[in-house]
Design a protein around this ligand. Sequence first.
Ligand code: COA
Length: 327
Amino acid sequence: MFGFGAMIDKLKRNPKRIVLTEGTDPRILEAASRLLASNFLKPVLLGNEEKILKAAEDAGYNIRGAEIIEPKKYEKLDEMAHEFYELRKSKGVTLEKAQTTMLEYNYFGTMLVKMGFADCLLGGATYSTADTVRPALQIIKTKPGNSIVSSCFILVRPSATGENEVLAMADCAININPSEDELVEICGETVNCAKLFGVDPKVAFLSYSTLHSGHGESVDKMRNAAEKARAAYPDIPIEGELQFDTAVSPRVARQKAPDSTVAGYANTFIFPDINAGNIGYKIAQRVGNFEAYGPILLGLNAQVNDLSRGCNGTEVYSMAIITAALV
Ligand SMILES: CC(C)(COP(=O)(O)OP(=O)(O)OC[C@H]1O[C@@H](n2cnc3c(N)ncnc32)[C@H](O)[C@@H]1OP(=O)(O)O)[C@@H](O)C(=O)NCCC(=O)NCCS
């Protein structure tokens, strides 16, 4: 069952520092004030100290004790610019360019994590996903053994019995049109992430077709990817291609996929592309009353996560805990 208790306990045993790149945003300040009132996760706010303190006062949040870093005044700025230059010179970055790039909060914050000055980063309350994720792709990079960075959402719907319904969906935020092999990798990463949230994964590779009922390139892609994923992860129940109703409705599954052990009971969904994934998780969130946590980035060498620009302070607080607990 999903809950924040276990994550908070883990952080209490080993407190972390999380960079929040948008230090003057009221939602970030709300989350920072809640984190400061606890003792398990230390926020590092980026921005001008005077402006941050004024914004906090205006919004009514107590951020006393917060660590505030303004990139241009940071004593290690030069060291960071040199390190960034070394990392990116093969891509045509000059030292001068590295010095100006280090003044951009998303790049500066990501370098703090890269150089071990902070444990993880959460941004994107005002930046687009691409602007939050690109520095991580360029600086933090894909972890050994992975070929891509991807993402998943964890969707949680409280039920009257107290047993939360928890689903995982991927990739709803990063890879625009993943290949078969990329879908297999996305499946493996998502399964691992889903388990951390208490899900016993049953994976559906989604399509507009159920087991050959329809035809098309994307149908073949999902069927082939499901087959490759079954071979790659023989211990995980995986089915595909499946329509969403067959994946979640036992009644429909009995009719359309009677021999499948996953159909009707799937809880981990792999979408064919970002259009389907992004629209799909937002339908669950906005119409299906699920709380959505994510995108949780998968396959990076360090934890950097992105916020939806439509997020509220509670979501920032929750994502900060998730991000640090995954370190
Ligand atoms: C993730 C995304 C931003 C990367 O695109 P981009 O910035 O144009 O990336 P580029 O092609 O310029 O590549 C930048 C670097 O990231 C790397 N990269 C790009 N996508 C990657 C991926 N999925 N995994 C790992 N590395 C990746 C590239 O190899 C490149 O590295 P290098 O500079 O060291 O060679 C892009 O795929 C995107 O916009 N995705 C959709 C985001 C979105 O709008 N989501 C919906 C809202 S949640």
